[in-house]
Design a protein around this ligand. Sequence first.
Ligand SMILES: CC(C)(COP(=O)(O)OP(=O)(O)OC[C@H]1O[C@@H](n2cnc3c(N)ncnc32)[C@H](O)[C@@H]1OP(=O)(O)O)[C@@H](O)C(=O)NCCC(=O)NCCS
Length: 147
Amino acid sequence: MQIRKAVAKDFKTIKALSRKYDFERNRDWKGVMKAKDNEMFVLVEDKRIVGFTGLVRNDWNETLQVLDIFVEPGLRKQGAGRKMVEFLKKRAHAMNKYRCLIAEAPALDGTDRFYRKCGFRRCGYNDRYYSNTNPMDIAVWMSYDLR
Ligand SMILES: CC(C)(COP(=O)(O)OP(=O)(O)OC[C@H]1O[C@@H](n2cnc3c(N)ncnc32)[C@H](O)[C@@H]1OP(=O)(O)O)[C@@H](O)C(=O)NCCC(=O)NCCS
């Protein structure tokens, strides 16, 4: 599997994956990809996009936020998610101007544990974040220090 920077035409595939797997299906993916402080990356297997992730640059507080991370269900628990996080960490270090990488994780499905396995620590939570979809879930904020 390879990771590469997303290009404009990848928008359709990302949107299709989002719809197919009901992952943030109402997100404005085109807007997300075009925003000046965002960059997105796709995970490719045999020329097929099977996952995506991204970064948001918050220059005002010198943080980078993980802009979603998604792996096709059939390919999970085989190291693809970790591969993307390691890619983001490397890219974040190379930028050399940010303090930490921050990720938001739905607690109910154990995504916070995934980030912990990738070297992040818990730094907060928001119990109103997902209220529109699943009122039982909370967003756990995870962080990884870059310096
Ligand atoms: C979160 C996600 C990207 C993880 O991808 P993945 O390819 O399954 O992750 P990996 O195989 O690289 O897992 C790395 C480690 O985390 C663990 N892990 C992964 N998902 C986990 C989960 N839901 N709960 C607990 N542990 C988990 C793995 O077991 C592995 O542990 P190990 O090193 O002891 O073997 C994937 O589950 C996904 O796409 N989820 C839906 C989208 C989502 O909710 N994204 C987060 C919010 S934006």
